[in-house]
Design a protein. Structure first.
Ligand SMILES: Nc1ncnc2c1ncn2[C@@H]1O[C@H](COP(=O)(O)OP(=O)(O)OP(=O)(O)O)[C@@H](O)[C@H]1O
Ligand SMILES: [Mg+2]
Length: 260
């Protein structure tokens, strides 16, 4: 007798013919024109494509920051179109973490206070002591436990992005959405941040990341390319690079250059 077929795992994200049309005055912009795809738990996906191809629009819908104008989006089986504002806010807080190109940290607020911020909006409420404990834990995870009381202006770009990643992690999300997280960083710092994302992905967090740099996409497990609001290719990345190896190679190259 043959073994029973394994039950198909429910995808974390399921998009069915998703569209987004903006109406500004007389003008209609079809930013996303029918995207159908599934993303399973544990994936690390890069979304690429030319400027204006609809990447951020798609990400905003994935993050429940913006509603689709057509099609369906199921997040962990829930059709987000059926949820009200309060339910959406809860879903975002419970399941999603966000990382942006420009870090979006509060300038007059210390690293740890920035990281604690999402925990001010949890239901049930999180006590001040627990908020601090979890923020410290998240900052340890990104390697910045020694910068708790620094303001963003005293931190490098890479450190600021690590704080932003800690803020995304503090609510223990299943899915991290990142729009050009390395867009403002130099090459080494970018690889470093990709290393952190690979670590998080290895620990089970699903990551969807927009990047326009091919080099950065090589650290992801799957690469989706958009053009004019549509997916034009979607492939597993068979030659995925490990950031730790790339950083070691960079170190060696620099040492050699100094010796020469
Ligand atoms: N709020 C908005 N109102 C009207 N049109 C918009 C809005 N946001 C985006 N668009 C339009 O939708 C299209 C897709 O924009 P989107 O920001 O998703 O592109 P992108 O792929 O993220 O580009 P980039 O690489 O430059 O960030 C563009 O034509 C843009 O002008
Ligand atoms: Mg964009």
């Amino acid at each position: 007798m043959s073994a029973p077929a394994p039950a198909l795992a429910k995808p974390l994200l399921h998009l069915q013919d998703l569209t987004k049309t903006y109406h500004t005055g007389e003008v209609e912009v079809k930013a996303v024109r029918g995207v159908t795809l599934e993303i399973q738990r544990g994936e690390f996906v890069a979304i690429m494509g030319a400027s204006g191809s609809g990447k951020s629009t798609l990400m905003n819908m994935l993050g429940c920051l913006d509603q689709a104008t057509g099609g369906a989006y199921l997040l962990d089986g829930d059709d987000v179109a059926t949820l009200d504002r309060r339910q959406l806010a809860m879903l975002r807080n419970r399941k999603l973490g966000f990382v942006f190109q420009s870090f979006n940290l509060l300038a007059r607020t210390t690293a740890i206070e920035n990281v604690e911020l999402p925990l001010l909006y949890t239901m049930p409420l999180t006590s001040a002591k627990e908020r601090r404990r979890r923020a410290v834990e998240a900052l340890e995870r990104v390697g910045l436990a020694n910068r708790l009381d620094y303001h963003p202006s005293r931190l490098s770009g890479g450190q600021q992005q690590r704080i932003a990643i800690a803020r995304a992690l503090v609510s223990q999300p299943e899915l991290v959405l990142a729009d050009e997280p390395t867009g403002n960083l130099d090459t080494r710092t970018s690889i470093d941040i990709m290393g952190l994302f690979q670590e998080l992905n290895d620990s089970g967090i699903t990551i969807v990341m927009v990047t326009h740099e091919l080099d950065i996409a090589t650290y992801c497990k799957r690469v989706i390319v958009m053009r004019d609001g549509k997916v034009i290719s979607d492939n597993a990345n068979a030659e995925r690079r490990r950031a730790t190896e790339a950083l070691a190679a960079l170190d060696d190259a620099e040492k050699e250059a100094n010796v020469a």
